[in-house]
Design a protein around this ligand. Structure first.
Ligand code: ADP
Ligand code: MG
Length: 140
C-alpha cells in the first residue's frame, strides 16, 4: 500500500477542551504522521470556501458558525492509505453511530461538534491541503 497524504482539522469543540494532543495521539497511534500542523482562527470566508460543497445543506450556516467559533488545528497527515486510515480512526459523522475506539466516539459532542474533519478522497485531500498549506510548510 502506498504512502499518501490526507488533510485533517481538529475542530473548535476539541481545541476548546484542550484535546489537541489527545486527538493527535489517536491519529499517530493509528499509523499517521503529522507532516504539517498549524493552529489558526478560520475566517468566515475561509470556512464558507472550505465547506462550499455543503452550501445547499440545511446545516451549512450553523456549520460555518461552529467552525469559526474558536481556533482549529489544520494538519497534513501521511501514512499508508492515509485517507482511509484517517476516516477509520475518525469514526462516523454522528458520534452516536461511531465505533468504539474512534476519535468521534471518544470525544465528539454532537453530529456537528464532532471534533475532527478528514478528507473523503485523495482528490479532495489534495484540494484541501492546498487550501491551507504551501508545499514548503509540509515536511515529511
Ligand atoms: P464528515 O465530516 O464525516 O465527512 P460530512 O462531510 O457529511 O461529514 O459533513 C461535514 C460536517 O458537517 C460534519 O463533520 C459535521 O460537522 C457537519 N454535519 C454533518 N451532518 C450534519 C447534520 N445533520 N447536522 C449538523 N451538522 C452536520
Ligand atoms: Mg466530509
Amino acid at each position: 500500500m502506498a504512502v499518501t497524504r490526507t488533510f485533517s482539522i481538529i475542530k473548535p469543540d476539541a481545541t476548546r477542551r484542550n484535546l489537541t494532543g489527545a486527538v493527535t495521539k489517536m491519529l499517530e497511534d493509528a499509523g499517521l504522521r503529522v507532516v504539517a500542523s498549524k493552529r489558526i482562527q478560520m475566517t468566515r470566508e475561509q470556512a464558507e470556501g472550505f465547506y462550499a460543497v455543503h452550501k445547499e445543506r440545511p446545516f451549512f450556516g450553523e456549520l460555518v458558525d461552529f467552525m469559526i467559533s474558536g481556533p482549529v488545528v489544520v494538519q497534513v497527515l501521511e501514512g499508508e492509505d492515509a485517507v482511509k486510515r484517517n476516516r477509520d480512526v475518525m469514526g462516523a459523522t454522528n458520534p452516536a453511530d461511531a465505533d468504539e475506539g474512534t476519535i468521534r466516539k471518544t470525544y465528539a459532542e454532537s453530529i456537528e461538534a464532532n471534533s475532527v474533519h478528514g478528507s473523503d478522497s485523495e482528490e479532495n485531500a489534495k484540494i484541501e491541503i492546498d487550501f491551507f498549506f504551501n508545499e514548503d510548510e509540509i515536511v515529511g
